[in-house]
Design a protein. Structure first.
Length: 116
């Protein structure tokens, strides 16, 4: 079992920045992929960014150039630096970790609100 705890959400004005953190605990040695998803009201959960244990990353087109995912592979901690935030980035952000192609874990979510 893996537990994920997110932190760092909040309210920010358009153009501002936030940094999200996610710390994994439990059977972390089996984690090979971590990432962030988000879900806005009335919309489906969508991928924001992911990072492999080898450091390879991929991003949703909507956040490329504005968001950066990074991580500490030994600690299985992942970060999401979000810059130039837009109102459409408002959502609950969820940390995600995969231990196999069929086993995934989710954090409880952290609210990000971009508003003036």
């Amino acid at each position: 079992q893996v537990q994920l705890v997110e932190s760092g959400g909040g309210l920010v004005q358009p153009g501002g920045s936030l940094r999200l953190s996610c710390a994994a605990s439990g059977s972390i040695s089996s984690i090979y992929l971590m990432g962030w998803f988000r879900q806005a009201p009335g919309k489906q959960r969508e991928l924001v960014a992911r990072i492999t244990s080898g450091g390879s990353t991929n991003y949703a087109n909507s956040v490329k150039g504005r968001f950066t995912i990074s991580g500490d592979n030994a600690k299985k901690t992942v970060y999401l630096q979000m810059n130039s935030l837009k109102p459409e980035d408002t959502a609950v952000y969820y940390c995600n970790a995969d231990t196999s192609p069929t086993t995934t874990y989710w954090g409880q979510g952290t609210q990000v609100t971009v508003s003036s």
